[in-house]
Design a binder for this molecule. Structure first.
Ligand code: SF4
Ligand code: FES
Length: 254
């Protein structure tokens, strides 16, 4: 049983409760109040808080401050404002900066338009940019243990890539990086029996029983090795059917 203290707070005037230490973004989401996020993903426990789109104002004992909701632990009763005048203004600037970094990201351009982001004429747009350097893709690759991509270079040259831009032998072609990217910045080509990403071409294997695509040869072998299993030749759904069929057979024999 949890021993964490229960706290009361209001978010945009809506009364809410939470356990002390819960992240403000999670409390808002649980109560149906959506705070915009980009770098935050529920797929990871470690939140790196680098985009600052989720800023909100928190008022405690009459004093207001701007906090980053995705990593702000609620530890006192407070009033939260997710769309105060100050927040709308600051979020618009955050999005204007992100739009300069990623001018070709439809998602960022749409968000910048929605929040009426100002034109920052003195800043130069980065060429061909879709990446906001949120780090989600690197985090996904690290969490799988593959470590095929990382952030390289500094300043305006900073980018996510494989070492020295070469095709990485560590990459298993699983697409986790592309799937968690909030801006569609990682290009890949998916065909029925092949997949290309990060400069490598992979063969996509199909289930020997139903023919459904199962993933790349490398991805299947990697997952099986991690789980200490034989490399499967049939998909999960068919494996479950096989288990159910064999149990029914045993049942009929008894
Ligand atoms: S490629 Fe996508 S997920 Fe990776 S850092 Fe850039 S925006 Fe984030
Ligand atoms: S979503 Fe909170 S800092 Fe990016």
């Amino acid at each position: 049983m949890s021993t964490a203290k229960t706290l009361s707070l209001t978010i945009d005037g809506t009364p809410c409760t939470c356990e002390s230490g819960e992240y403000l973004y999670d409390v808002a989401k649980r109560n149906g109040i959506l705070i915009p996020v980009l770098c935050r993903s529920d797929a990871f426990e470690d939140h790196r808080a680098c985009c600052r789109v989720c800023i909100v104002e928190v008022e405690i004992k009459g004093r207001r401050k701007v906090v980053t909701a995705c990593v702000y632990p609620v530890e006192q009763e407070c009033a939260v404002y997710t769309n105060s005048e100050k927040i709308v203004e600051e979020r618009a600037i955050v999005l204007a900066l992100l739009a300069k970094r990623a001018p070709e990201s439809a998602e960022i351009v749409a968000m910048a338009r929605y929040y009426k982001a100002p034109e920052l004429d003195r800043l130069v747009e980065l060429d061909g940019g879709r990446c906001i350097l949120c780090g989600r893709c690197v985090q996904a690759c690290e969490s799988l243990g593959t470590g095929a991509i990382s952030t390289i270079n500094r300043g305006t040259e900073k980018e996510v890539s494989t070492p020295y831009h070469n095709p990485s032998l560590a990459c298993v072609g699983c697409l986790s990086c592309a799937n968690v990217c909030p801006t569609g910045a990682i290009p890949f080509i998916q065909a029925p029996s092949t997949r290309s990403i990060w400069g490598r071409d992979f063969e996509v294997l199909s289930c020997e029983r139903c023919g459904a695509p199962m993933g790349t040869r490398e991805e299947i072998a990697y997952a099986a090795k991690k789980a200490g299993m034989e490399t499967p030749v049939i998909c999960d759904a068919c494996r479950k059917h096989e288990i159910a069929d064999s149990m029914m057979g045993t049942y009929r024999l008894v």
